[in-house]
Design a protein around this ligand. Structure first.
Ligand code: IPM
Ligand code: MN
Length: 371
């Protein structure tokens, strides 16, 4: 494929956000060089950093640039410094605002066990069992965006959040999950709490109705408490999981732990506007500035962006293979190292992945195929 041009809005955000973003950009640039693509990265203030700089977590200029870009790559937001602010003025409100403004109602979180990390999974996995699932999380509705209230004072207070879903909101994300399942191993588990919540009853009925249009997909509905247990007892049997905004937030952290670290997991958000790519790990303030964060989640976000938004599967595969290669050579950030084992920092991990990308270009040039 001849070279393409793309503009990427980059929102480093807070905590380890800027470090992992820098790492991922360096890998994408190496990859772009080898394939003769031209990517322009436009960096913008966002989250706590934007509160400090511009007085709000999602400045208008940032929003405008995200709308115009071909994709958005985001680090993480949040930190103790802004925790005393009211909820609607915190960095997290900027993230929810960005998702909402871009109309991103689908969030895909692939959870894959990488072969060289089998030994650090907290599960005793059978020799040839693997974990390869995708969590499709509804991202623009539910309790995250429902009406909220709090009143009273001094130990006599009442607060409420509201979970609201319409059949249309459930349908659009469910359709995507069914198609995704049909293109993978053909299994879909929809997760709700329909034995207690009416909004979940609607979720279940809607998913079951759509299931009829996908006879090739093996479908089941699970209650969220049971699903939390099944994900640990039989992770290999999950293919695509469809769930609400809040259940998806919780279950994706749980599933991430099974494959070694939350630092490894990318995510992609899709809907009406520009697609957004962000690692699921958050800002990890305790690691910020220490060069010990794991950049792999964000590097894999970049690979996902190349494949899903730019239609560049070979480039995405080159980055994913480079990650697997760096891990197979034994390079480990602290979050994925065994106790007492030698570790590398965020910059060195990125350099190792970059090196493997460059190596595979060199091989391609020499022999006409990659390593
Ligand atoms: C995530 C995060 C966010 C969420 C926070 C930071 C608002 O936990 O992307 O998983 O809850 O969606
Ligand atoms: Mn989360």
């Amino acid at each position: 494929m001849t070279g393409i041009r793309k503009t990427i809005a980059v929102l480093p955000g807070d905590g380890i956000g800027p470090e992992v973003i820098r790492a991922a950009i360096s890998v994408v640039e190496e990859c772009a060089r080898g394939f003769s693509h031209r990517f322009e990265f436009v960096e913008l203030p966002f989250g706590g950093a934007a509160i400090d700089q511009c007085g709000e977590p999602l400045p208008r200029e940032t929003m405008k640039a995200c709308r115009k870009a071909d994709a958005v790559l985001l680090g993480a937001v949040g930190g103790a410094k802004w925790d005393s602010q009211p909820l609607d003025r915190r960095p997290e409100a900027g993230l929810l605002g960005l998702r909402k403004e871009l109309g991103l109602y689908i969030n895909v979180r692939p959870i894959r066990l990488l072969e060289s990390l089998r030994a650090i999974s907290p599960l005793r996995m059978e020799q040839n069992a693997t974990i390869d699932m995708e969590i499709v999380r509804e991202l623009a509705g539910g309790i995250y965006f429902g009406p909220r209230q709090s009143s009273g004072s001094n130990g006599d207070e009442v607060a409420s959040d509201t979970e609201i879903y319409s059949s249309k909101e459930i349908e659009r994300v469910a359709l995507y999950a069914f198609r995704r399942a049909a293109a993978r191993r053909g299994q879909l588990a929809s997760i709700d709490k329909a034995n207690v919540l009416v909004s979940s009853g609607l979720w279940r009925r809607t998913a079951q109705r759509i299931a009829k249009d996908f006879p090739e997909v093996q479908f089941e509905s699970l209650y969220v408490d049971n699903a939390a247990l099944q994900i640990i007892l039989r992770p290999a049997q999950f293919d695509v999981i469809l769930t609400s905004n809040m259940f998806g937030d919780i279950l994706s952290d749980e599933a991430a732990a099974l494959v070694g670290s939350i630092g490894l997991i990318p995510s992609m958000s899709l809907g009406k506007g520009t697609a957004l790519y962000e690692p699921i790990h958050g800002s990890a303030p305790q690691l910020a500035g220490k060069d010990s964060a794991n950049p792999i989640g964000t590097i894999l976000c970049a690979a996902m962006m190349l494949r899903e938004s730019f239609g560049l599967p070979a480039e995405a595969a080159a980055i994913e293979k480079a990650v697997a290669y760096a891990l197979s050579r034994g390079f480990r950030t602290p979050d994925i190292a065994k106790r007492g084992a030698q570790t590398v920092g965020c910059t060195e991990m990125a350099a190792r992945v970059r090196g493997a990308v460059a190596e595979s270009h060199a091989e391609t040039e020499r022999y006409g195929w990659g390593v």
